[in-house]
Design a protein around this ligand. Structure first.
Ligand code: GLC
Length: 786
């Protein structure tokens, strides 16, 4: 308690100065090439360097023995056969590919990575890399005055992480997420640096608790981990998007989610009975507010036993799920890892009998307190456990369920340390490791087990998985929500850089609890937050037990109308979003992007935390303070069109924008286009018409596409998709539009309308070389139907 008063800063409380005594790797003793691997034996450790591609190099230092190449489960790629030119001189060795140069100075052993133009990417500082006497492996790098840092997964605070010190240790943080809150639920030990408009990245693949220190010095940063090897990858860039492509080449990309998962989700801790769920669905239908998913939180279970329904509260789940699906609503239940200790409960029995739970080295099962009380935890580091747990999801798929919500998978335990005993020994498929070493991948492996099990059980349908905890690579299995935020305006503000940095960290499918989880929301906050939610990749309204209700109609008609308008707007924008999901799946480039990703040379974008881009041409600049109808918006080079009014704003400038409660400021880059579909009650009802909104500029070309597929199977992975590639060319008073189609899938919609904005001067439009005969003019817009 005393720590919560000024006593915390009592002079006697001063922490001991951190023990920094440290031994660097020393000088090089021998160097050997073995195919595509380069081994160095140094005074105080060994280093292996491996090129994964021309533009990706991995550097591993082990202070004690030959570096292991095994890597964590984040890694999906084996090294390519890269052509490396080796040049050894007296003081230096250089390893050169088409995109990278790794220069090693021999005495002391120091590594410098540059690009093919000789531009320095990362240089070890004087301290180099080595081992602290407290046991941590650490690497020190020079920090340039111009460096800006992004990524690091799920962190509170502003977009640019320069000046921050961040720890990776998956933690259940219910207490408010503050700018000073460090570890949250995800550990993504990866970052992207932008220096003078050029980008490179580093992924530190170490599953121990790790720390990135960009604070302690102004010209040096470091990363370290409590154990294991110094094992990191350097990505050459040179653009931020290239870094994303490179990082996700190593850690994998998001599969395209089922279409329903990118619709609107409604959740509450908890909708406690079948009756309550039915009434909720009915209200959405009556009020014609689109809805794709209702979440079932822990109350649906029998005594919080996973893979069970409480038959008093939910007498006929199968019928409920079927009835809801008929009206286009899916049910997603929560599944936590803790299995109730109960000798009469089959999941517990199986886990014990088949030896699938986490255990101490002495052989006794580890128990921790979570919702069901004393519980055992599946050891997801074991393939047999992952398969067993995955198969258990038949319980849900047999009921017609296609999506799962994984929570508490840090794993969270209700005790002082908030997690499992670090001494617990994970089986790790016969290579036993402590929980201290594998804690950060527990959630990732639970995600893998759940996703793969669901995929198998759904026989060709795409599953949806939502997870709270994860490690790099989690994007292969799950969407991520940012955990227990609060109904504070500050948390709405913080959610933007969080979602943007998750995107930069290879996790495109992310979003916060819209409206705020804990604390009481209010109409104005929920309206403003729903405006943002409509444009974040994951869109779920969720709120906690004991706090004000947060359904769209909770605060009266005035707010309900605004909230409805923006949920509907989400559905209009779904084709645009779906196209961006496909792009993220193919390239790793996120759906929601910080402006720096598109404009890395523009200094005004480097720490722009209160606006974001959807794809490459749309800027969303929400109002995120109460009683506010004006805000400053930064628009980068080019001209930008106000989505609501068609007013044109000059870029490279800040503008004061008016936006009443009904308005979310949205700007589209002039000369580009966005695609809209129909407003529908749910994604279950197909789109009939696509409207292309083309924002005319007198001169210029633009190329974009509309991606579509069946929205539910994996056939898109074998070419069964549809892509319409559209090129527009504006020439004073003429527009040429060409369209080509790709892929074998044919969508339900075939009618395309083109609405040209700011088209006063346009007299002629050609589509695929043919002049359009009939066009409708509506003020300054032109309407063309094809
Ligand atoms: C955790 C989750 C929250 C959920 C609650 C009950 O706090 O983060 O979303 O509602 O547990 O399951």
């Amino acid at each position: 308690m005393l720590q919560d008063t000024s006593f915390a800063i009592h002079p006697g409380q001063k922490k001991m100065i951190e023990n920094t005594s440290y031994q660097d790797i020393g000088s090089l003793h021998s160097f050997k090439q073995d195919h595509n691997q380069f081994h160095s034996i140094c005074e105080n450790g060994q280093v292996t360097i491996v090129f994964y591609r021309q533009d990706i190099v991995r550097i591993i230092m082990n202070p004690f023995e030959k570096p292991s190449l095994k890597g964590s489960p984040a890694i999906v790629k084996a090294p390519d056969d890269v052509n490396v030119l080796v040049k050894e001189e007296e003081a230096e060795i250089s390893l050169k590919t088409d995109d990278l140069v790794v220069s090693i100075s021999k005495n002391p052993f120091r590594v410098v990575v540059s690009d093919q133009e000789g531009t320095l990417l990362v240089r070890e500082s004087l301290k180099g890399m080595g081992l602290k006497h407290t046991g941590e492996v650490i690497c020190y790098k020079e920090m340039d005055e111009a460096d800006h840092f992004y990524g690091f997964g799920e962190k509170s605070g502003f977009l640019d992480k320069r000046g921050e010190k961040m720890t990776m240790w998956n933690t259940d943080v219910y207490a408010p997420h503050n700018p000073e809150t460090d570890s949250l639920y995800q550990s993504i030990p990866y970052f992207l640096t932008v220096r003078n408009g050029k980008a490179h990245g580093i992924f530190f693949d170490n599953t121990y608790k790790s720390t990135f220190d960009l604070r302690s010095s102004t010209n040096e940063y470091s990363f370290q981990a409590e154990g294991g090897q110094m094992d990191y990858y350097v990505f050459a860039g040179p653009t931020p998007k290239d870094v994303l492509r490179q990082y996700t080449e190593i850690t994998g990309r998001m599969p395209i989610p089922p279409k329903w998962a990118i619709g609107y989700h409604q959740s509450r801790y908890s909708y406690e009975t079948e009756q309550e769920v039915r009434e909720l669905a009915k209200t959405f239908l009556e009020k014609e507010i689109p809805l794709d998913v209702i979440h079932l939180d822990i109350h649906y279970m029998n005594g919080y036993r996973v893979f069970s329904f409480d038959r008093d509260r939910f007498p006929s789940p199968e019928k409920l799920i079927k009835d809801l699906k008929e009206v286009g609503i899916r049910v997603v239940p929560i599944v936590d890892p803790g299995v109730k200790e109960d000798s009469e409960y089959s999941i517990y029995q199986e886990g014990v009998n088949k030896d699938l739970f986490c255990k101490y080295i002495e052989g006794n099962i580890y128990f921790g307190d979570v919702w069901p009380g004393n519980s055992a935890f599946p050891d997801f580091t074991k393939t047999s456990t992952r398969e067993w747990w995955g198969d258990k999801h038949l319980f849900y798929t047999d009921l017609g369920i296609e999506g799962i919500w994984n929570d508490m998978n840090e794993p969270s335990v209700f005790n002082e340390t908030k997690t499992m005993d670090l001494k617990v020994m994970h089986d790790n498929d016969g290579d036993p490791r402590t929980h201290r070493e594998l804690h950060n991948i527990y959630g990732l492996l639970m995600g893998q087990s759940t996703y793969e099990g669901m995929k198998k059980n759904l026989k060709g349908k795409r599953p949806f998985l939502l997870t709270r905890a994860g490690y790099s690579g989690v994007q292969r299995y799950a969407a991520v929500w940012t955990g227990d935020n609060r109904s504070f305006w500050e948390h709405l503000q913080m959610s933007l850089p969080m979602v943007m940095n998750l995107g930069v960290s290879g996790i495109p499918f992310a979003g916060p609890d819209v409206g705020g989880f804990a604390h009481d929301s209010n109409g104005e906050l929920l309206a403003r937050w729903t405006q943002v939610g409509a444009f974040t990749p994951y869109f779920r309204n969720h709120s906690a037990i004991g706090f004000a209700r947060q359904e769209p109609w909770s605060y009266g008609e005035k707010y309900e109308a605004i909230i409805k308008k923006y949920i509907q707007l989400r559905y209009k924008w779904l084709p645009q979003l779906y196209t961006l999901f496909a792009e993220a799946h193919e390239t790793g480039v996120p759906i929601v992007r910080p402006l720096m990703m598109e404009y890395p040379n523009d200094k005004n974008t480097s720490n722009l935390s209160d606006q974001f881009m959807l794809g490459s041409n749309v800027i969303i600049a929400p109002i995120m303070t109460p009683s506010t109808t004006n805000r400053v918006v930064y628009l980068p080079e080019g001209n930008w069109v106000n989505y609501w009014t068609d007013d044109v704003f000059e870029g490279g400038k800040h503008h004061m924008i008016y936006a009443d409660l009904d308005t979310l400021p949205i700007f589209i880059k002039q000369g580009t286009a966005v695609v809209h579909g129909d407003v529908r009650q749910s994604t279950e009802y197909s789109n009939e018409k696509m409207t292309i909104h083309l924002y005319n500029s007198s001169y210029g070309t633009f190329e974009f596409s509309i991606y579509d597929d069946d929205g539910s199977s994996f056939e898109y992975q074998t070419g069964h998709f549809f892509r319409k590639i559209i090129k527009t060319e504006c020439q004073k008073n003429t527009i040429h539009i060409t369209m080509v189609e790709e892929g074998s899938y044919r969508p339900n919609w075939d009618l395309i309308e083109i609405e040209v904005h700011n088209a006063e001067d346009i007299q002629t439009v050609f589509v695929n070389g043919k002049m359009v005969e009939s066009m409708k003019r509506n003020d300054n817009r032109l309407l063309i139907s094809i």
